[in-house]
Write a protein that binds this ligand. Structure first.
Ligand SMILES: [Zn+2]
Length: 457
């Protein structure tokens, strides 16, 4: 089902005209109402009237998460708080939350765009849609919630966690659609098997998955285990939340809601524009947001755009699935983990050496996070209780920083290979990625990550 054919199937020339008109409006809106954007545009010597074509978007300054963080909570807003009807926050790429806001109009647009994404995936009135994204400050649960309601499907706002309850509701209600991260879908299938649930006989027929990369292998495994068709959708809180793009039934990339968002793909190193089909960093400009317009937001997600007509009839450009990021985030059991957070904890620990290794492995369909830590000789005593106490105290400190239990392994000084930023893949299944020049995020192997904490030469 195409939710809004007028816009989703618009002729591209007319669409680009609409985009230009909206880009000009957004640029003026941001310049006139946001102290932050006015300062940045003055610095760059560019005025709203300089935007005469869509290519002129490149004259505008780039924005990134650090801008949102520095002006947090409300410094980038272009509306006073009495016109902001909701705020959310995102963990951002460094783990420090950034706050985003929505006007009444923004919420309405967001609902329209998530309705489009859900409809493109195949959600219909009559579907029972079980939400397994968290409700709370993150945009995951709320975003698709309203879009699914708007379509006329029945939403089951179960939220994240409580797997047993998810399974029993799926059985009792006859849930037809699951909305979650791909790794949670697999975890759910595994837990169901353990609990003696006949998972393939559940009524699930469709999955809307997002929030983390999903390999083809993982997708096939989810489809086989849960007996559903898996679809991918994309969004990020800093721009809006879910609703930026989603797969249609052709499963040939994610249609981007271009009437509300202008996308560029740039070389991550130079920020120079790349042609259609070339993979680079996705940069997004919102075209209709009122409370928090974002101009040229660097997403750190790597993708390529394809404007070729799609068999579904939509004319909206398709972005390839995001499988890699330019930054450093690891996703472990659906929780964003940043090596910088781990590093900060370890740096405080007396007896820890400046070398550690993060190993993420998949055990029983759940990511297992292990931190191998080099310690001073004084810590490696023969007194077992002392070592265990040390190990536990490191694990406790990590847990309070990450919100996630990691297993801690202590190793002798020099035991961790010195290869900063190098990734090494071994057998198994995990989601992770590497530091340095060649970041890669995948669901197809264990990634070991070696870092020099405080390089002492
Ligand atoms: Zn399509």
């Amino acid at each position: 089902m195409i939710w809004n054919p007028e816009y989703e199937c618009m002729e591209r020339a007319a669409l680009q005209e609409l985009q230009l008109r909206r880009l000009q409006m957004t640029t003026s809106w941001a310049y006139e109402r946001s102290v932050y954007y006015r300062a940045r545009m003055d610095e760059a010597g560019v005025r709203p009237r300089d935007v005469r074509s869509l290519d002129d978007v490149r004259r505008l300054p780039l924005t990134d998460e650090s801008a949102l963080r520095q002006t947090s909570p409300f410094g980038m807003f272009a509306l006073p708080l009495d016109e902001v009807v909701r705020v959310h926050s995102s963990s951002g790429a460094t783990g420090e939350p950034v706050v985003v806001g929505y006007s009444r109009g923004d919420i309405n647009t967001w609902t329209e765009l998530t309705a489009r994404v859900a409809a493109a995936a195949g959600v219909k009135p009559g579907d029972l849609v079980q939400m397994a994204f968290p409700y709370g400050m993150s945009t995951g649960g709320w975003g698709l919630h309203y879009g699914i309601e708007r379509i006329g499907a029945t939403i089951i706002p179960a939220g994240a966690g409580r797997t047993e309850r998810h399974l029993s509701m799926m059985q009792d209600f006859g849930t037809t659609v699951l909305v979650s991260t791909p790794s949670y879908a697999l975890f759910l299938a595994g837990e169901g098997e353990v609990a003696g649930v006949d998972v393939p006989s559940l009524k699930l027929r469709l999955g809307l998955f997002g929030g983390e990369p999903c390999s083809d292998k993982m997708k096939a495994e989810i489809e086989a285990k849960l007996g559903l068709r898996a679809t991918d959708n994309y969004g990020l809180s800093e721009v809006m939340g879910p609703g930026v793009a989603g797969e249609c039934e052709c499963a040939c990339g994610l249609h981007v809601n271009e009437d509300h968002l202008l996308l560029e793909v740039v070389d991550p190193a130079t920020a120079e524009p790349l042609a259609y089909g070339q993979e680079g960093e996705l940069v997004i400009t919102t075209l209709t947001k009122e409370a928090l317009p974002v101009l040229r937001y660097r997403t750190h997600d790597l993708t390529a755009l394809d404007p070729a007509p799609c068999a579904c009839g939509r004319t909206l450009v398709r972005m390839s699935k995001v499988r890699r990021r330019t930054d450093d985030m690891l996703i472990v059991r659906g929780v964003n983990v940043f090596p910088a957070q781990i590093e900060a904890v370890l740096a405080q620990i007396e007896g820890a050496r400046p070398h550690y290794l993060i190993v993420i492995d998949r055990k029983q369909n759940a990511d297992d996070l292990e931190v191998r830590l080099e310690v001073e000789e004084s810590v490696m005593t023969d007194v077992m209780p002392d070592m265990l106490a040390f190990q536990n105290s490191v694990a406790d400190k990590l847990q309070s920083a990450l919100g996630l239990r990691a297993s801690v392994t202590l190793v002798e000084s020099g035991a961790i290979e010195r290869a900063a930023g190098m990734a090494e893949r071994t057998a198994g299944g995990a989601a992770a990625h590497t530091a340095g020049g060649e970041p890669e995020r995948t669901s197809g192997g264990t990634v070991k990550r070696v870092l020099d904490l405080r390089d002492q030469g």
